[in-house]
Design a protein around this ligand. Structure first.
Ligand SMILES: [Mn+2]
Length: 287
């Protein structure tokens, strides 16, 4: 009988891009081994569908019918305010990143963690902990990172690629978002909008402005930062970040999204009214 590891490794694995990044793997993650396996289209019925780092079925967007067509559905997640939507649940809200959960899973399956696997898992941890700076970092996070480092993965390179390196497009979109930022509550709340026309002008994609919210949150005095990116479909994709003790996931949930205490997101209509409702809700919890 084949071991679980051998079965998994020989499986005809296809990866479907996240609806959060409909353009496929964001360019800054093209360095990840296997990023070229991500498909933008999939025909047929999958045997197994796995939702990773996805707090609700809604987050799968246009992939929902394909996902639900699978015989077996699996949810691997760490969101504080996620909703269960799969037959098999592998959820650990204490994990700083899904990379931690998958690492534990591979250990149980006795799958050898190769440098390529370690590169992806460590990147998951680096990204979800802001390079080991966020409050979700625990002893276990560092323990797993240490184990992954032992495979020979080059962490300096990963941090350089995933964290320090920004494309010129990203730098320009960050400049746009800083130029457009507005403060509320004596600077406790900052919000900004990046319009479709900005993305077009800078030849950028939604994912090119991923890091903006953290940059805004780092401004002295800011307790909550909100980035609203206008999608092509009349909505804003909202990213929220907050300081210690402020739960932005609660607000994201009210607006149909979800996430973690200090990092959450949702989608709202791209109207002044919807924007103001959101900002008002943010001001209430920042008070
Ligand atoms: Mn995550």
């Amino acid at each position: 009988m084949k071991t679980a590891a051998a079965r998994l490794q020989s499986a005809d694995t296809r990866l479907i891009p996240s609806p959060a990044h409909p353009d496929g793997v964001p360019p800054r993650f093209h360095f990840l081994p296997g990023s070229d396996l991500v498909l933008s289209q999939y025909k047929g019925k999958p045997d197994v569908a796995i939702a990773v780092d996805c707090g609700s079925l809604k987050q799968l967007g246009p992939s929902v019918p394909l996902f639900n067509a699978a015989k077996t559905t699996v949810q691997i997640d760490h969101h504080d305010f996620g909703e269960p939507f799969c037959k098999i649940m592998v959820v650990d809200t204490e994990a700083a990143a899904v990379g931690e959960i998958i690492y534990g899973f591979l250990k149980v399956l006795r799958i050898k963690v190769t440098p390529a696997i370690a590169t992806c898992l460590l990147t998951s941890i680096i990204v979800d902990t802001g390079s080991f700076r966020f409050s979700n970092v625990q002893s276990r996070t560092l323990q797993i990172a240490s184990d992954l480092l032992k495979t020979g993965v080059d962490m300096k390179y990963l941090i350089e690629e995933a964290y320090w390196k920004r494309s010129l497009t990203t730098a320009r979109l960050e400049a746009v978002s800083v130029m457009n930022m507005r403060f509320e509550m004596n600077g406790a709340v900052v919000w900004t909008v990046v319009k479709q026309s900005d993305f077009k002008k800078e030849n950028g994609l939604i994912g090119d402005a991923d890091g903006v919210t953290d940059a805004l949150r780092s401004i002295e005095g800011v307790k909550i930062a909100a980035l609203m990116r206008e999608t092509g479909k009349g909505t804003y994709r909202v990213s929220l970040r907050s300081g210690l003790g402020i739960n932005v996931a609660r607000i994201a949930q009210v607006f149909g999204g979800g996430g973690h205490h200090n990092a959450a997101g949702c989608s709202i209509r791209a109207t002044k009214k919807a924007r103001e409702d959101l900002i008002r809700a943010l001001c209430r919890i920042a008070a």
